[in-house]
Design a protein around this ligand. Structure first.
Ligand code: DQA
Length: 147
């Protein structure tokens, strides 16, 4: 089994970006956390990050046939991108929506998620720990966590 962990705009700056909101964990730290869990679960992970909406869409298209599901932190595109929502709806892959912060406890413009309409579910508010939680959630949805 193979999962794509896809991170959107500004998440390359994790660690130094608004640490009071997003913590001091870097994206590399998060990858290491996920890789450690993946070897315990016997799944393969692939990581991508882009600041560009179209590249995120391309990554979602390319995941079809290559991965079994996607963990997506779309950053601010979560709240704006009908195109990303349509991309997810256009591939037959389960997506778990992920946010480090609790978007529902923040500004009103962050409460709306286009990704939520097409995701299996959403994990938010648990910081970096949300990524391994999302792996569990996605694998149990796929239904072969023990395979
Ligand atoms: C975020 C929340 C978004 O509102 C914000 O634009 C981000 C990060 C999160 O992980 O908490 O870039 O997706």
């Amino acid at each position: 089994r193979s999962l794509l962990i896809l991170n959107g705009p500004n998440l390359n700056l994790l660690g130094t970006r608004q640490p009071e909101v997003y913590g001091s964990t870097t994206l590399k730290d998060i990858e290491n956390l996920c890789v450690a869990k993946a070897s315990a679960l016997g799944v393969t992970l692939h990581f991508e990050q882009s600041n560009h909406e179209g590249k995120l869409i391309d990554a979602i298209h390319a995941a079809q046939g290559k991965h079994n599901g996607i963990i997506l932190n779309a950053g601010a595109y979560t709240h704006t991108s009908v195109a990303l929502m349509d991309a997810i709806a256009s591939v037959a892959l389960p997506v778990v929506e992920l946010h480090l912060s609790n978007i529902h406890a923040r500004e009103t413009f962050r409460h709306k998620s286009y990704i939520g309409r097409v995701a299996v579910g959403q994990i938010c508010g648990f910081g970096a720990a949300g990524y391994p939680l999302a792996m569990d959630a996605l694998l149990s949805h796929i239904g072969d966590i023990n395979d």
